[in-house]
Design a binder for this molecule. Structure first.
Ligand code: MN
Length: 490
């Protein structure tokens, strides 16, 4: 059944005002008129796509302007309506978002160049206005849902783009739900056999553990209420296919090492209730040693917060529980989009904003050809899993995986980098190129008489920032030496 405007209305919660609804109605009618007579390859009228995109944005509870821009996102490319028309009709803000989404679509290259250009455009758009990325994500998600209607070559190209560009960006923006779905769709089209096999494993597991999960769900809810926690929702969650595939590769296909194929997710109102539930669970079941993870006290580097525990139930089945508050749940699933809920973000509180502004900075520094040249470093900086390292002062520094003490030193201050001579990791003297792990406490020992960094460091550093600073400093000493020589000659 094709989606209707009424369906979109039913997705909007009570926080949207009558004015909001009127704006959406106007945008919908405008889009329906402009796209009249156009159809998708699925056979649906074109405007159904605009409604689907708007619905995804509404489900993220985003401000009404973004949903309206979603309804209009294809208009300037596919109809006679211009951005100027939109501006007159809906104002500069909405027209601006539509214009940015349209620019993202215009790619003139093929092959690797196409990939680079795509990535670059996404980065620019994101750095300028992250709202445009939400619309692009919703647009791409619906295109994936209807990808079966596309010719084979296009299916593969879209799936590749999603796997290499969209999914990592979603991950970096903390949008776990989008990342998981992007990867699963792409996986299905890129590796159909592996996809089918992983999907089969998951279904088997659901069949095997379904009854135990059902039982646990009821019992835990009962115990929680008995202990005075009445506001509780519990639901089963199935691991994403691609995420399971990644784990299977890591554990050399030994599925017995993977405990979180299916899990029960418990959402409660506040942090004390999370710990109370953990206590209740451990009173009911025997926890598996070493499997209790407190990501509330120590969030994962991407900001993920939850308590995890794996237990044996009364019949010996192994079950995983994930316990979090409503706010943590939204943050885990929707990341930066959760901060935009209803009214827009508080820029100072948003940890993703730092990443976006770094992106904007890199954008300014690099021309297209430089972007191409630095692509691998950039991908590493931007998409690699992150680690948290502590300084002796207790500051937490966020770095890409496998970063070294040199990377840390330069991320604190370039002078600390330039004058670094030694390091202590967790109290032990270590070499400056030793890869750091999350949770390490790393102290940089400097020598104020040191004049320049070691050129060899360029081989081990992982961040673009450190590499650039080292090069700057080396260049500086070389020109410095040169000038002093020149002086002497004179
Ligand atoms: Mn579209």
């Amino acid at each position: 059944m094709a989606l209707t405007f009424h369906d979109l209305m039913t997705c909007l919660d009570a926080r949207y005002t009558a004015d909001d609804l009127a704006l959406l109605k106007r945008a919908y009618e405008f889009a329906a008129t402009a796209h009249a007579g156009q159809f998708r390859l699925t056979g649906d009228p074109y405007v159904v796509h605009e409604l689907e995109v708007a619905k995804k944005l509404a489900k993220l509870k985003l401000p009404v302007e973004i949903i309206a821009a979603g309804l209009l996102h294809d208009i300037s490319e596919d109809t006679a309506v211009t951005i100027e028309d939109l501006e007159r009709e809906f104002g500069a803000d909405i027209a601006g978002m539509v214009s940015s989404v349209t620019k993202l679509k215009k790619i003139k290259y093929r092959g690797v160049d196409r990939y680079v250009e795509n990535l670059r455009k996404m980065f620019i758009a994101m750095a300028q206005d992250v709202r445009v990325i939400f619309i692009k994500f919703a647009d791409r998600m619906h295109n994936l849902e209807t990808l079966y209607a596309q010719p084979e070559a296009k299916r593969i190209r879209i799936a590749q783009e999603v796997m290499e560009i969209y999914a990592p960006i979603a991950g970096r923006l903390g949008m776990g739900d989008y990342r998981g779905n992007f990867e699963d769709f792409a996986f299905k089209y890129l590796h159909p056999k592996e996809y089918a096999w992983t999907e089969h494993l998951l279904q088997e597991r659901v069949k095997k553990f379904g009854p135990a999960l059902q039982r646990a769900l009821k019992n835990v809810e009962f115990e929680a209420r008995k202990n005075g926690i009445s506001q509780i929702t519990i639901h089963g969650r199935l691991k994403h296919c691609y995420s399971l595939h990644r784990k299977l590769v890591k554990y050399k296909n030994d599925i017995s090492k993977i405990y979180d194929l299916v899990a029960l997710r418990i959402v409660v109102p506040d942090v004390p209730s999370c710990y109370a539930i953990l206590g209740i669970l451990h009173g009911m079941y025997n926890p598996l040693p070493g499997r209790i993870k407190d990501y509330i006290a120590q969030p994962k580097p991407n900001g993920y917060q939850s308590l995890h525990t794996t237990v044996f139930d009364e019949q010996g089945s192994i079950l995983e529980f994930q316990i979090r508050t409503e706010t943590m749940h939204e943050e885990n699933e929707f990341g930066v989009a959760a901060h935009w809920k209803y009214k827009g973000t508080d820029k100072h509180k948003d940890r993703h904003v730092k990443w976006l502004s770094e992106l904007a900075q890199i954008q300014k520094e690099l021309s297209t050809s430089d972007f191409m040249q630095h692509l691998n470093e950039l991908k590493l900086d931007m998409f690699k899993d992150r680690i948290f390292v502590f300084t002796p002062q207790g500051d937490v520094i966020d770095l890409p995986e496998d970063s070294t003490p040199i990377d840390l030193a330069y991320s604190i201050h370039s002078e600390i980098g330039n004058k670094a001579v030694q390091t202590r990791v967790n109290g032990e003297i270590a070499t400056l190129d030793k890869p750091l792990k999350s949770g390490d406490m790393c102290e940089i020992i400097t020598d104020k008489n040191r004049t320049a960094p070691n050129e060899q460091w360029l081989k081990s550093v992982k961040t673009r920032h450190a590499r650039e600073k080292i090069k700057d400093a080396l260049r500086g000493t070389k020109t410095g030496l040169w000038t002093s020589l020149m002086k002497r000659v004179r």
